[in-house]
Write a protein that binds this ligand. Structure first.
Ligand code: AMP
Ligand code: ZN
Length: 475
């Protein structure tokens, strides 16, 4: 079996993974959702990637401790220090308290996590549960900071090689826009945002720098330190975090330890889910949530499979056709497993070890899930191996892929679209009538039933290779 290797955004290269730094547990921190709105399926790609990473590490025999945070304060409408707090803005728009907003969108997010079969982290750490620790941490790095009327700012020239992760020149990127007057360098950022005297925020705390709220980047340095210890093993997030949020976390960590250590050994970033208009983003108005996929009759795990079919470092373009192709592939996988289960107990034959090794090599090479899936297809179809051997192997591989292949039934995969005009029982009854009509050679009647079902949005599929006799027309 090949050794594990992962792409480190710090070095921009594949690096061998030698195992946990403490010799026991791989400690992983994933930047979580900002709970001012629903997560779109692009956001969920980031959590699917982190989940796959954790699964593969455990599958390769490591213990893991995974933390995902919930951002309920501090994230401004721009990742740099511009705009309003996203939470305050959402609360004002919906005339609800920030706490209600946070609770609502956190619940919705966790529901999607379960539907995508993402393993719950060891802990969900909530930013506002850590305000005293954030203030304490900020005091330890005050020597790297300076005061302005609007708050406490981090002087990025005080740490070695600021922005090495982003590989940006100091005058490049979003930080070039300098909305706060008085900053020493455009890329300097807020550690604490002091409320203006006439400004009342819903979320405010007292601090040595006046009443106010923490800057967004502070929470991840503080929660990773508190719950994992620095330096920990792997830090993950979407590729946008490589440019501002993570360089700022690194700068804070370096100021805190008084050393060059970034806080984590490995910084990994997933690429974006895009659509024809570009990156899917919450601020762009229309965006796709997992529920919308379900409403159209697509099982959530088809989206998981769609993500696994691409490499996490590649952009993935969303299309309904692509999603439906993933759904078909998932049905095919479920059907193959059902077929093997029906033949379980046949005389044992063959050894799946070679497949196990190929899957391990694929996943171990920077999570090549697409390759692992093609090996799985090959394995399921390999008649030299008895059904039991193939089933056992597929079950094992699925622990890393998380597609619930051994429990998912074809009935589960037939999600009823929200707008379906006919129920499943009625469809089954009409199809039985149609079969009887065909058996009696009453083809006119059989065609009439087909037409009637088509009218209700149901496509009858005679001779479908997957053995599905109908599907709902999603057009
Ligand atoms: P947010 O709730 O905006 O803080 O984002 C949660 C996670 O989703 C972060 O890791 C982002 O980097 C990531 N993300 C945002 N947009 C996309 C996208 N279109 N595709 C993949 N990941 C994304
Ligand atoms: Zn973060």
């Amino acid at each position: 079996m090949l050794p594990l290797s992962f792409y480190n955004s710090l070095s921009r290269s594949l690096e061998p993974f030698a195992g946990p730094r403490d010799g026991k547990t791989v400690r992983i921190y994933t930047c979580g959702p900002t709970v001012y709105n629903y997560q779109h399926i692009g956001n969920m790609r980031a959590f699917l990637f982190a989940d796959t990473l954790g699964r593969v590490l455990r599958w390769r025999g490591f213990a893991t401790k995974h933390i995902i945070n919930i951002t309920d304060v501090g994230h401004l409408t721009s990742d740099a220090d511009a705009g309003d707090d996203k939470m305050e803005q959402a609360a004002a728009a919906q005339q609800r308290s920030i706490w209600e907003i946070a609770a609502h969108y956190t619940d919705a997010f966790k529901r999607d996590v379960r539907r995508l079969n993402i393993v719950e982290p060891a802990e969900w750490t909530v930013a506002t549960d850590h305000i005293p620790e954030m203030i304490e941490f900020a005091r330890t790095i005050e020597k790297s900071c300076y005061r302005l009327e609007s708050g406490l700012y981090f002087d990025t020239s005080t740490v070695p090689h600021y922005g090495v992760l982003a590989r940006a020149r100091a005058d490049e990127g979003e930080s070039r826009i300098d909305p706060v007057s008085g900053k020493r360098h455009p890329q300097d950022f807020a550690i604490w945002r002091t409320s203006a005297p006439d400004d009342r925020r819903q979320m405010e705390w007292d601090s040595p720098w006046g009443r106010g709220a923490p800057g967004w980047h502070l929470e991840c340095s503080v929660m990773s330190l508190q719950h994992l210890g620095h330096p920990f093993d792997i830090h993950t997030g979407g590729i946008d975090h490589r440019e501002i949020h993570h360089p700022n976390e690194i700068a804070q960590n370096q100021a805190h330890c008084g050393c060059a250590d970034t806080g984590a050994g490995l910084w990994m970033h997933n690429n974006f889910l895009v659509d024809r208009r570009g990156k899917m983003s919450k601020s762009s108005g229309e965006f796709l949530m997992l529920q919308r996929l379900v409403d159209r009759g697509v099982h959530p795990l088809a989206y998981r499979l769609m993500c696994l079919q691409a490499h996490y470092r590649s952009e993935l373009e969303f299309s309904w056709a692509g999603l439906l192709a993933a759904l078909t592939r998932l049905k095919r996988l479920a059907q193959a497993i059902e077929g093997l289960r029906a033949r379980a107990g046949d005389a044992a034959k063959g050894d799946g070890a070679a497949y196990a090794e190929r899957v391990a090599d694929a996943l171990g090479e920077d999570l090549n899930t697409a390759k692992a899936l093609t090996v799985l297809d090959e394995l399921l179809a390999d008649k030299r191996l008895s059904p039991d051997v193939r089933l056992a192997m597929a079950t094992d591989v699925d622990a890393a892929l998380g597609l619930q292949l051994t429990t998912l039934t074809r009935a589960d995969l037939r999600v009823r679209p929200a707008e379906a005009r006919i129920g499943e029982d009625a469809i089954t009854a009409r199809l039985a009538e149609r079969r009887a009509a065909r058996a009696a050679k009453q083809f006119g009647r059989s065609d009439a039933i087909r037409a009637e079902l088509a009218e209700a949005g149901v496509e009858v599929m005679d001779g479908d290779p997957l053995g599905w006799d109908w599907k709902l027309d999603l057009a």
